[in-house]
Design a protein around this ligand. Structure first.
Ligand code: ATP
Ligand code: MG
Length: 462
């Protein structure tokens, strides 16, 4: 199919909307005689009048040529070499046009490229192995068209050509943008099998852009959903962040659940949703809270996301254990351990993040004790800000813990602890509080900053 070329006066992308570093890079490549396009999500978003997350550039310059042109360039990737241009506040990605090869980002799991014999840039070996046969480089260079058609969805395959400011559509991207459809390029079964993460990307774009999934692709996703677990757990962890932290977590959850992807990706969450309406409402409300907080001065972190997703069931499990006589914190620890273990089959949560999740939840009881013990030390802990945010979420979602939240707001506003009123706790009692020996309260210097790192664990919560 001949590409459709849309002249400057028939589309809305103006150079003013393009990131100045990206624009400068495009000009430089062009002036050196190379083809230089903006590609991928930024072209899609500019056409939709949305602010792009990042500006990716594709060119026929090889990684080596890019490196020689830009002093701020670092080449990354062992298999497929990409150029990163480092600017003050950001990094731009410049890639050489490539043909269908290993799945995107699949350094560790990619299969060797299939474009043998075509699209190579003269003089540049595509496959390079060391003496042990380890693949050092796997550059399957391609034409601009091949580069577009290896991409996941038609709306992600549009290019903006700096040479004449036209938009180039090698598939049906413009039509699908107009009709608001996520349509895989090529046979959906083939494309989702090649790289199951594309199923999650489909859900993410449908949710974030409020687009419909093309019906045949949706059917394939429902059928292939269980295969998501073939993708690398580290990559799935990254995808989970993108799914839930980009402002449309509520819609994402709905689509994941309907498609069967949730059962494969986060089986624990899926099970609880299936058998508990109260949990469903709480989770939905947590996700709405995440979406609202996205634009705030403290956007949700990965560990906070895990707390929002898993907190409700972990707290329940801990309370159940406590009712059977296990100390609350111990029950919470073992519930967290079990949940992370199960999750680890599909999604690798870095140990540090998992530990942070546990601490956010463990701090809830301590925060709710009024007056809290050693509030200054507590507020100096690393997990304090997120733990307090979790308390805020619980308050907003369940109307619980209000008094404790107010106590902390007053404290952080600089009111001396002895002046903060309302010391009797009207909220749910802290299960651990009664089991604990009273300790004398030592005097502490007054300090109100929340961001001091954890020098304060003398205040142990057990
Ligand atoms: P976002 O706004 O989330 O950044 P994006 O479309 O730019 O969306 P990226 O992950 O930044 O997504 O990827 C850039 C481009 O690379 C995509 O638009 C798409 O063309 C291509 N791409 C990314 N991942 C894949 C994949 N798994 N399979 C095929 N093409 C992909
Ligand atoms: Mg992008």
């Amino acid at each position: 199919m001949a590409p459709r070329i849309i002249p400057r006066k028939e589309h809305n992308i103006s150079r003013k909307q393009i990131n100045p570093y990206a624009l400068r890079t495009l000009y430089r490549l062009r002036d050196e005689g190379f083809i230089a396009y903006l590609v991928g999500g930024c072209v899609r978003d500019l056409l939709l009048k949305r602010t792009p997350k990042d500006f990716d550039i594709a060119t026929n310059a090889t990684p080596g040529q890019i490196k020689r042109l830009f002093r701020n360039c670092r080449l990354i990737g062992r298999r497929f070499r990409l150029a990163h241009l480092h600017f003050k506040e950001e990094i731009l990605e410049v890639s050489t046009f490539r043909a269908d090869g290993p799945a995107e980002d699949s350094e560790e799991e990619g299969r060797p490229g299939t474009g043998e014999g075509k699209g190579a840039v003269a003089g540049h070996p595509r496959h390079l192995k060391d003496d042990n046969g380890v693949v050092l480089r796997d550059n399957v260079f391609g034409t601009p068209e091949e580069d577009a058609l290896r991409r996941d969805f038609t709306i992600n395959a549009l290019a903006y050509n700096i040479a004449d400011f036209t938009v180039i559509d090698y598939s049906t991207g413009l039509r699908d943008l107009r009709d608001r459809i996520i349509r895989p390029i090529g046979d959906p079964a083939v494309r989702f099998t090649e790289d199951p993460v594309r199923m999650l990307r489909a859900v993410r774009f449908a949710a974030s852009h409020d687009f419909a999934l093309e019906p045949a692709a949706w059917e394939v996703i429902r059928r292939l959903a269980p295969t998501i677990s073939r993708s690398s757990p580290a990559r799935l962890y990254e995808e989970v962040q993108k799914l839930f932290l980009l402002g449309s977590a509520g819609r994402v959850l709905g689509l994941l659940e309907e498609s069967g992807l949730l059962a494969a990706l986060l089986p624990g969450v899926d099970r609880r949703l299936a058998d508990d309406e109260v949990y469903r409402r709480r989770l939905r409300a947590n996700l709405d809270y995440l979406d609202q907080r996205r634009q705030s001065e403290m956007p949700p972190t990965p560990s906070f996301l895990l707390a929002a997703l898993f907190g409700p069931s972990l707290e329940e499990a801990a309370l159940a254990g406590h009712r059977e006589g296990i100390p609350f914190q111990q029950a919470l620890d073992s519930a967290c351990g079990a949940a992370l273990m199960e999750l680890g089959n599909t999604v690798t949560v870095p140990a540090r993040i998992g530990d942070h999740l546990r601490r956010i939840l463990a701090m809830q009881q301590v925060l709710r004790r009024r007056p809290p013990r050693r509030p200054t030390a507590l507020s100096g802990r690393q997990e304090f800000a997120e733990a307090l945010e979790y308390l805020r979420m619980t308050t907003a979602v369940q109307g619980e813990g209000q008094a404790a939240r107010e106590w902390w707001d007053a404290f952080l506003a600089g009111v001396p602890p002895e002046k903060i009123t309302g010391t009797a706790d009207a909220d749910t009692p802290a299960p651990e509080a009664d089991a604990r020996k009273k300790r004398s309260r030592r005097r502490r210097p007054r300090r109100r900053k929340a961001a001091v790192p954890a020098a304060a664990s003398a205040d142990a919560t057990g």
